[in-house]
Design a binder for this molecule. Structure first.
Ligand SMILES: Cc1cc2nc3c(=O)[nH]c(=O)nc-3n(C[C@H](O)[C@H](O)[C@H](O)COP(=O)(O)O)c2cc1C
Length: 175
């Protein structure tokens, strides 16, 4: 990393620097989701932005879980998870689900319903409930591939994550 106040160079830099790696991928603007799940051990969830749609035939989505994330064993045991894409008005929820609050308390006071036994957060921008197809090791993360079994759309503008903080689109950005 360059010293504070020093600009980054556009050329190649130290390819072993984890802080630079964070900075590089922090420039990839994303939406923000909460991944929820519930099994015999209870319900839980975590804020995530390392996710994407993977396949149209069949419909598959992919989420990357840090191996230490407490939501991962819930997903592994339940064999199901939901992707809840957040609206800009749900920034507080992003904070709750990014925290280490006891897993059993994270959904307390959060309006949600059950879809195929998976908690789906009310008021989300969009959601997809998935049956877990595969878990793949990826360094200190685990890639979960889920087959979509239900999905839906809500209203509002997206909560965004860029350069280490939350953002919202300017008013009247559509759709
Ligand atoms: C904007 C944002 C995006 C995040 N994306 C991910 C992610 O994709 N995967 C992940 O494992 N953790 C991600 N995290 C960190 C988790 O939300 C955090 O470690 C959380 O405490 C995990 O909760 P759990 O231990 O209850 O599962 C993200 C945090 C924030 C604020």
């Amino acid at each position: 990393m360059p010293a504070p106040g020093q600009p980054y160079l556009s050329g190649a830099m130290d390819a072993t620097d984890p802080e630079l790696f964070r900075e590089v991928f922090g420039r990839f603007a994303t939406g923000v989701a909460v991944i929820t799940s519930a099994g015999s051990g209870g319900a839980g969830g975590m804020t995530a932005n390392a996710l994407c749609s993977l396949s149209l035939d069949p419909l598959l989505a992919l989420v990357c879980f840090e191996n230490r994330a407490r939501t991962l064993p819930i997903v592994r045991e339940a064999g199901r998870f939901a992707v809840n894409l957040l609206t800009a008005e749900q920034e507080r929820l992003a904070g709750v689900f990014a925290s280490k609050l006891p897993e059993s308390e994270k959904l307390d006071g959060v309006a949600h319903r059950s879809e195929h036994g998976i908690p789906v957060i009310e008021g989300s921008l969009a959601w997809a409930a998935c049956e877990l197809e595969e878990l793949i090791a990826g360094g200190d993360h685990t890639i979960a591939i889920g087959r979509v079994i239900a999905m839906g759309l809500g209203d509002g503008g997206p909560l965004l994550w860029y350069s280490g903080r939350y953002h919202a689109l300017p008013p009247d950005s559509g759709p």
